[in-house]
Design a protein around this ligand. Structure first.
Ligand SMILES: Cc1cc2nc3c(=O)[nH]c(=O)nc-3n(C[C@H](O)[C@H](O)[C@H](O)COP(=O)(O)OP(=O)(O)OC[C@H]3O[C@@H](n4cnc5c(N)ncnc54)[C@H](O)[C@@H]3O)c2cc1C
Length: 183
């Protein structure tokens, strides 16, 4: 563990990088700390990845935000879920996801769909429409949230007052330039 990200899956990934570098000193890898997810296994569950809205505001990053309630997709409606939700944050163009925060049943599983898209460099359009979403699965919460971001326009972009405190948000915003850890 070499950062303040005290998570088992981070430690495992770091260990794989260290093991690789010991065996391959002429082909060193670095650890990719972009889009590190985590979950809180409470009731309701919390699954999260990337920047929070507060972090974007503090850093002065313009963003789009959408909140998708579980109850507005078929599975959540059938479960009579009136409290769970997914909140997604995108860059101002609606191209890249900056953060995702889900509170409700299976949040840790649902957020993984977005981690995959972020880590593989997918755009929001690719995540939303580059695949078919099973109906009436709970994953439609994620699909609808992504579509909600795409439906927004320039008028929906939130422009926080500029703040130079970019350190706060630095390691949470996906850095696609980082060297990817290879499986
Ligand atoms: C109660 C608890 C619950 C947690 N739950 C979760 C969770 O649900 N999800 C999650 O992602 N993370 C969880 N974590 C965090 C996660 O366990 C740690 O982030 C992760 O194990 C860190 O891995 P590590 O390899 O860096 O350190 P460690 O797993 O602590 O391993 C360090 C090893 O080094 C050994 N060691 C220390 N000093 C020496 C020495 N001088 N010589 C030789 N060996 C030494 C130790 O004995 C230990 O085996 C939890 C942590 C705790 C304490």
């Amino acid at each position: 563990m070499t950062t303040n990200l005290q998570l088992k899956h981070v430690a495992n990934a770091e260990a794989r990088v260290v093991a690789h570098n010991i065996v391959n000193p002429d082909n060193l890898k670095t650890m990719d700390y972009s889009a590190v997810p985590y979950a809180v296994f409470t009731s309701p569950q919390v699954g999260t990845v990337g920047a929070t809205e507060q972090e974007l505001i503090r850093a002065g990053v313009p963003y789009r935000v959408v909140t998708q309630r579980y109850g507005d997709v078929a599975y959540g409606w059938a479960a009579e879920d009136t409290t769970s939700f997914a909140k997604l944050l995108a860059d101002q163009t609606g191209e890249r996801l900056l953060g995702a925060h889900i509170v409700g049943n299976h949040a840790s599983i649902l957020v993984q769909l977005l981690v995959q898209g972020m880590r593989l460099g997918s755009t929001i359009l690719q995540m939303a429409r580059g695949q078919l979403w099973i109906h009436p699965a709970l994953s439609e919460v994620v699909e609808n949230a992504l579509l909600g971001l795409l439906e927004q326009g320039a008028d929906d972009v939130i422009h926080p007052a500029t703040n130079t405190d970019s350190e706060t948000v630095g390691h949470h915003i996906p850095d696609t330039s980082a060297v990817r850890e290879q499986p």
